[in-house]
Write a protein that binds this ligand. Structure first.
Ligand code: HEC
Length: 106
């Protein structure tokens, strides 16, 4: 094999490696963005920043993934008289990213 081919292969492998690494982190980062875009912080705080209704710190330890998802999609199915706004129409990817982000709040 020519040296140039070996170098090109090396660069391609490196690029794929970087892409995979970034990809793994991006779910949680995207979820943080959805949290900001949907203005969850109007009511919720994380690390003391945001609304005073309820802190979401530790929600990743308190609730299962499925419970977090339900709270977002249909809060009333978790607590009949809750004042939390429902988000039934979030795109599937946004919802799963958001749940992944909240699950990191231990
Ligand atoms: C209008 C205010 C409001 C908004 C906006 C809001 N929430 Fe809530 N949320 C609440 C309240 C209040 C509770 C506590 C449940 C209760 O007692 O009614 C709650 C509960 C939760 C819980 C359960 C927490 C636990 O530990 O039991 C999760 C998870 C949650 N909210 C996530 C979100 C996310 C994610 C968003 C944005 C997409 C959001 N909330 C937007 C008011 C809000």
């Amino acid at each position: 094999m020519k040296p140039a081919v070996i170098i090109i292969c090396g660069v391609v492998l490196l690029a794929v490696g970087v892409a995979i690494t970034l990809g793994l982190d991006s779910t949680v980062d995207q979820g943080r963005e959805v949290y900001a875009m949907q203005k969850c912080a109007l009511c919720h705080s994380v690390s003391g920043i945001g609304g005073k209704k309820m802190a979401l710190d530790g929600v990743g330890s308190r609730l299962k993934l499925e419970e977090i998802r339900k709270w977002i999609q249909s809060p009333r199915s978790m607590k009949a008289d809750t004042t939390m706004k429902a988000y039934p129409n979030l795109p599937r990817k946004d919802l799963s990213d958001l749940v992944a982000y909240l699950a990191t709040l231990k």
